[in-house]
Write a protein that binds this ligand. Structure first.
Ligand code: FE2
Ligand code: FE2
Length: 293
């Protein structure tokens, strides 16, 4: 993808470091769930088999099925019932969110950044991107939700393995002179989108998703073959940061012109987003009431 060799080598090293870490502990289940999402013949039974062998995920699914949002007359005590009660479409998102969430669970706050805030941001981007796909672009794919959840995963890898340098890039960003992506580039020679691309490529995730994650801060360079998901991620990222939901990783350099260019490229009108922004807030409170945020 046009990376220079030196940068490629350091990126590969970072991705290799993640191989024996908590980041890759979610790899198997996340890639299995994405494969289920991408297979039109898959059923709720396939998902149930994955959930059953993962105790924290089973616990979360049971807790969700018994939450106030799904409140049934009786307590739901086994996975089979919980899966039926929640339904396939919701369950795909719950299972994916819960697994990805595991690597964001850490409280430390550095220069306005924490993994928890980044998690809130990632969920909001995933929900918004899905709404844009379904309502405005009339696209069905569930991949967009997964791409939203994973789009900033590169920051987790930097935070975990290159912590001091990551802190330096956060400092540079909070000084207000440049975006986080540019500050990372100054410090590492690449940014978290490059890391996310290399990592999800290493996990063999679908090509369009890998591309969208890799170009979510550089929409000018998106390969022509896969523009829609990357541009949708950019728009969602931009709007979530404008609304101050979760961590706002490039708020010092929000560029209205790029945003408008992405809208034009997708044939979207800005007024459509007023209602979507309201619905995003409702959806986030719905997730909170289900214990998912
Ligand atoms: Fe980002
Ligand atoms: Fe983001």
């Amino acid at each position: 993808m046009g990376l220079n060799e030196g940068r490629d080598e350091t990126l590969i090293k970072l991705v290799e470091m993640t191989d024996d870490s908590e980041i890759s502990s979610i790899k198997k289940i996340v890639t299995d769930i994405i494969a289920i999402i991408n297979n039109p013949r898959s059923t709720v039974q396939d998902l149930k088999e994955i959930i059953e062998i993962d105790p924290p995920l089973s616990a979360k699914v049971l807790k969700t099925a018994n939450s106030a949002y799904y409140a049934s007359q009786r307590k739901i005590g086994d996975i089979e019932q919980a899966v039926i009660w929640i339904g396939f479409d919701e369950l795909k998102e719950i299972a994916l969110s819960q697994k990805v969430c595991e690597i964001f669970a850490k409280e430390e706050l550095v220069d306005g950044y924490s993994r928890i805030l980044l998690w809130k941001h990632s969920v909001a981007v995933a929900i918004l991107a899905k709404m844009i796909y379904r309502r405005e672009l009339r696209k069905r794919g569930d991949d967009i939700y997964a791409a939203g959840l994973l789009h900033d995963i590169g920051m987790i890898a930097e935070d975990q393995f290159l912590h001091d340098d990551f802190k330096n890039s956060l400092n540079k960003f909070t000084e207000g002179k440049m975006s986080l992506a540019d500050a990372e580039f100054d410090v590492f020679g690449y940014n978290h989108a490059d890391v996310g691309r290399a990592l999800t490529d290493h996990w063999n995730l679908p090509r369009e998703m890998v591309t969208a994650i890799g170009y979510h801060h550089d929409t000018f360079s998106v390969p022509r073959k896969f523009p829609v998901m990357a541009l949708t991620l950019y728009i969602s990222d931009y709007l979530c940061q404008m609304s101050g939901i979760g961590y706002c990783g490039f708020s010092h350099k929000i560029d209205e012109t790029i945003f408008q260019r992405c809208l034009n490229a997708l044939g979207l009108e800005q007024y459509a987003f007023k209602m979507i922004a309201e619905d995003l807030k409702k959806e986030i409170s719905r997730m909170e009431s289900r214990g998912l945020l």
